[in-house]
Design a protein around this ligand. Structure first.
Ligand SMILES: C[S@@+](CC[C@H](N)C(=O)[O-])C[C@H]1O[C@@H](n2cnc3c(N)ncnc32)[C@H](O)[C@@H]1O
Length: 218
């Protein structure tokens, strides 16, 4: 089985172990992430910001150093609770449950948006409506930032589904297995997906070739 349902279930099962499993807080990973943190803070500086798929709030906290306000959203209640606890002392940050594909219940006047490590999980067929929904929540001329991983070596099972999404088998501690979408869009895939709805696109690859970042104005 593949699809967004299983993806959401996988992250719900993984929420409590997520930070440790990706290395947040470890000196080596923190050193790799430093250039991304600097860029993200620059993109949201002084802005009222909408975050999609915030997970445990790691990037919410990073962005909070420069953003004017943040509404951080995720579908998974455990992740939202962890994010809320992480930024509890910041009055200008609200963490709320919201499905990225509907953004129902998300209100505010946003002149920036960002999402970290989420694009790769969006089924190709849902990208256009996801982007329309997101852009519909933003002011004209808002600054948008997406960051995700470049292709990496994988020793587990992988396959493609019928619409060309790469599916990876993932396991959480306890042994439960999930199949999740993990796409690796090229720069031209990103530019094509954003054609007609984005201006001043800038694509960058981090120095260690682990992540890409795309920024643009609506
Ligand atoms: C790879 S994690 C990234 C979390 C966080 N942005 C980070 O980089 O630490 C993907 C996140 O997407 C969330 N998610 C899955 N399906 C979603 C949906 N339909 N709407 C919003 N969030 C969703 C998961 O709960 C998970 O927190």
């Amino acid at each position: 089985m593949s699809g967004t349902g299983e993806h959401a279930d996988y992250y719900a099962a993984r929420a409590a172990e997520y930070d440790a499993s990706v290395g947040y807080g470890s000196p080596r990973v923190e050193a790799h992430l430093e250039p991304l943190k600097t860029r993200l803070r620059g993109m949201v500086a002084g802005r009222d910001t909408l975050e999609i798929a915030c997970g445990t709030g790691y990037w919410t906290e990073v962005a909070s150093a420069s953003a004017r306000s943040i509404v951080a959203t995720d579908l998974d209640p455990t992740s939202v609770a962890l994010a809320r606890a992480r930024v509890a002392s910041r009055d200008s940050i609200r963490c709320q449950l919201a499905d990225a594909y509907s953004l129902e219940g998300v209100t505010g006047h946003f002149d920036a948006a960002f999402s970290m490590f989420w694009w790769s999980h969006i089924p190709k067929s849902r990208l256009p409506s996801f982007l329309r929904t997101l852009h519909g929540k933003l002011q004209s001329g808002a600054t948008v930032t997406f960051v995700d991983q470049l292709p990496y070596a994988w020793s587990g099972k992988r396959r493609f589904d019928g619409e060309g999404n790469l599916i990876e088998e993932r396991m959480v501690s306890g042994g439960a297995r999930f199949e999740i979408i993990k796409n690796f869009p090229t720069e031209s895939d990103l530019v094509d997906a954003l054609a007609g709805s984005a201006q001043r696109l800038v694509y960058a690859v981090c120095p260690d070739k682990r992540w890409w970042m795309i920024t643009y104005q609506t």
